[in-house]
Write a protein that binds this ligand. Structure first.
Ligand code: NAD
Length: 362
């Protein structure tokens, strides 16, 4: 199979590319604009691999998308390129609108033109997998394991600029299937964690701040619940869905590992106490800080459709996955140290209406 992966230098995209090339034996073209979140070091394991090539291109660039697709002639396109950090979307939503919405539209149009010109057999087998998030569904009530879970039929109700931009992109992807017949599959996945995760998100930020003896910030009371999925389980699910999923379908992907944020941070501290003991308990560094505006209370995924129809199962549970993740950061300082120089973990996404209004009138 010839697979084009957009956003393949990012956290999940690079896990998918490594899986497709090294485990799947596929020919892969990674297309990525290398924003702050893109990192070619994450593709080191496939660097120089004869089945992998890389093109630096922006999904908002229609000519570049047509050229990449037309030259590589993929059997599948896996679309992961996006602005992905909720806090950054609160600070400034522009790139979220242009990349997540306009960029997805641009890619869909380039894919449609290419797909239209394929021979009937390749046309029927072609798939475009649009990778999205459970955040489009909004917020659930309750604590871990109580109060229901998102299903593929749950109505969209996004809270953040990030989630709203992904929701818009999902609607476009489904419309391109219904209107033009483009064989699109949409996936909505819960929070991912694992190696090569840019240290602005909760888990890598906590690990690295702890190692550097810095405060471990917890938004609000730390009671927000997320359903955690190890990133390689997500990559395996995406490969399976691209191979055997139905065109036009939506699949929810989730690990069934609901945790409160405070419990995630405490567990990381406990693992570090064991693997890298310090003079103090790492949990002493925990600090409660101002909550995120519009912070969703709880996410949980019902992955029954993916499990029953395609036989997918997560291989990692949270205990095994978090242990692997912490070990990886301990062993791979060379990957994350330069990123910490560029972004040391400053607070993002605090909404200051007075400041915004002053800037607007200046
Ligand atoms: P990431 O921020 O780590 O990576 C995004 C990648 O996209 C980067 O390599 C970046 O350089 C690239 N990119 C950004 N704008 C681009 C543009 N205009 N053109 C080309 N490339 C561009 O994100 P991630 O966490 O790996 O998420 C990947 C996808 O999965 C996203 O679509 C995200 O919405 C979705 N998702 C993420 C999670 C999660 O927990 N991280 C959960 C569910 C779904």
């Amino acid at each position: 199979m010839r697979v084009m992966v957009t956003g393949g230098a990012g956290f999940i995209g690079s896990a998918l590319v490594r899986h497709l090339v090294l485990d799947g034996g596929h020919d892969v073209l990674t297309v990525d604009a290398l924003t702050y979140a893109g990192n070619l070091e994450s593709l080191n394991p496939v660097h120089d691999h004869p089945r992998h090539r890389f093109v630096c291109a922006d999904i908002r660039d229609a000519a570049a998308m047509r050229a990449a697709i037309g030259t590589f002639r993929p059997d599948r396109i896996m679309h992961l390129a996006a602005e992905s950090h909720v806090d950054r979307s609160i600070t400034g939503a522009d790139a979220f609108i242009t990349t997540n919405i306009v960029g997805t539209f641009t890619l869909l149009e380039a894919a449609r033109a290419y797909w239209h010109g394929l021979a009937p057999e390749r046309r029927a087998a072609f798939r475009l997998v649009h990778v999205s998030t459970d955040e489009v569904y909004g917020s659930l009530e309750g604590g871990p394991g109580s109060g229901g879970a998102f299903q593929e039929t749950t109505p969209y109700d996004p809270s953040s600029p990030y989630a709203a931009s992904k929701a818009a992109a999902d609607h476009l992807a489904r419309a391109w299937h219904r209107t033009y017949g483009l064989p699109v599959i949409v996936t909505n996945c819960s929070n991912n964690y694992g190696p090569y995760h840019f240290p602005e998100k909760l888990i890598p930020l906590t690990i690295l701040n702890a190692l550097e003896g810095k405060p471990l910030p917890i938004y609000g009371k730390g009671e927000n619940v997320r359903d955690w999925l190890y990133v390689d389980d997500h990559a395996r699910a995406l490969d399976l869905i691209a191979t055997r999923g139905r065109a036009g379908a939506t699949y929810n992907i989730g690990g069934g590992n609901e945790r409160r944020n405070i419990d995630v941070v405490r567990q990381i501290c406990a693992v570090l106490d064991q693997l890298r003991p310090a003079a103090h308990a790492y949990a002493d560094l925990i600090r409660f800080v101002t909550d995120r505006p519009g912070h969703d209370a709880r996410y949980a995924i019902d992955a029954t459709l993916l499990e029953t129809e395609l036989g997918w199962r997560a291989q990692e549970n949270f205990d095994s996955g978090i242990m692997r993740t912490v070990r990886w950061y301990l062993d791979n300082r060379a990957w994350w140290a330069p990123l910490r120089d560029a972004y040391a973990g400053e607070r993002l996404g605090l909404y200051a209406p007075e400041r915004t209004m002053r800037q607007a009138s200046a």
